[in-house]
Ligand binder design. Structure first.
Ligand SMILES: Nc1ncnc2c1ncn2[C@@H]1O[C@H](COP(=O)(O)OP(=O)(O)O)[C@@H](O)[C@H]1O
Ligand code: SF4
Ligand SMILES: [Mg+2]
Length: 336
């Protein structure tokens, strides 16, 4: 399986005045070409921070303390994201990977028409290329591309191109953002909680649309969500985060079948949309971890129904099973 990017042992901290807040600790993750990978976990588990590291755009004062983010630029060519120059990084940002940030609809410029926002991005992007490769983009050329993309996300291109953001509904704006993320033909789109603040019917519509983008255009997706029922329905692979750690990774089928990690099991067993029998719903007890006051040992141990003595003292390593499935829990040490 070809990967678009590979994260290895990454540690990310927010350097605050009095202390450093370690938001991500030792995460390794491959993003497979052409597939939908979901990064799932409670709010504050480090999803946005990990995803931002793929583009080297972690919000200030965050920084990568150790580890690497490598992108595959050709069959035998690998480049570390941190080593790209500013222009190459900007080109990489849109062309290889684009990110739709959480609440991105509100990032649309309120005083510029949708057409001009797309067009300006296309023009600006040319400037990131080496001089010899730059070309002038005419409005006619741009219009063709923009029309195609707005059609693709089921928007009325004639109407939307000439509109200002406030003239569109929340769901329409999110579709505009998806079309926008496709503008420069990326290999991977990162979507950070893409349907928060939208009603349930619109949410479903947006996910079906994302699935169409993935299947028909072959574009890979990294979907950040706290909603495990969305993962079950739309993703190919899933990575479960807890307190800045990656606790479990595998195909969606395998994770749901085995629920190896007690936290994953808790997430699945407490989700009504998956557990049709409400009598079987079991909420996870306890509170999400406080990053400034993390428990010793396994970070999930205060909430874990299967906690053993060793779990309170040391942190388990990640075990890789024969199928490639990975789990960070002492219960599976013997399977390595
Ligand atoms: N810019 C920032 N400055 C300080 N702390 C931050 C910043 N961004 C995120 N954090 C902290 O890092 C942790 C992980 O956050 P985040 O990656 O946003 O998690 P998630 O996306 O899973 O909700 C949280 O404790 C959050 O408060
Ligand atoms: S390592 Fe121990 S405490 Fe942590 S999830 Fe596994 S069994 Fe539970
Ligand atoms: Mg987030």
């Amino acid at each position: 399986m070809e990967n678009i990017v590979e994260i290895r042992d990454i540690v990310i901290e927010y350097k605050l005045k009095k202390y450093a807040l370690r938001a991500v600790d030792g995460v390794s993750l491959d993003i497979a070409a052409g597939k939908i990978t979901a990064l799932v976990g409670e709010s504050g588990s480090g999803k946005t921070t990990v995803a931002s590291s793929l583009l080297n755009c972690i919000s200030s004062p965050g920084e990568i303390v150790s580890g690497t983010v490598r992108r595959h630029t050709g069959p035998n060519e690998v480049t570390e994201v941190e080593k790209l120059g500013e222009n190459a990084l900007n080109e990489f940002r849109w062309k290889q990977i684009s990110m739709v940030f959480q609440g991105a609809q509100s990032a649309l410029n309120p005083v510029v028409t949708i057409f001009n926002q797309f067009y300006e991005t296309m023009v600006v992007h040319e400037n990131y290329k080496p001089k010899s490769e730059r070309k002038k983009i005419t409005k006619q050329e741009a219009e063709q591309r923009i029309r195609y993309l707005l059609d693709f996300v089921n928007l009325d291109a004639d109407r939307v191109m000439t509109s200002y953001p406030h003239e569109l509904s929340g769901g329409m704006k999110q579709r505009v953002m998806i079309a926008f993320s496709l503008l420069l033909d990326p290999k991977l789109i990162i979507l950070d909680e893409p349907t928060t603040a939208l009603d349930v019917i619109t949410q479903d519509f947006i996910f079906k649309l994302l699935q169409k983008v993935n299947r028909e255009m072959g574009i890979a997706m990294l979907l950040l969500t706290h909603d495990i029922s969305v993962v079950a329905k739309y993703a190919d692979y899933m990575a479960v985060m807890y307190g800045g750690r990656l606790m479990e990774y595998g195909t969606v089928e395998e994770v749901f079948e085995h629920k190896y990690h007690p936290y994953t099991r808790g997430l699945i067993d407490s989700t009504p949309a998956i557990n049709k029998d409400v009598g079987l719903l079991r909420p996870i007890g306890g509170e999400p971890p406080d990053l400034l006051n993390m428990p010793a040992g396994c970070k999930f141990h205060p909430r874990c129904p299967q906690c053993k003595e060793i779990c309170k003292q040391s942190e388990p390593k990640t075990v890789t099973m024969e199928t490639g499935h990975r789990v960070k829990c002492f219960l599976y040490e013997d399977e390595a």
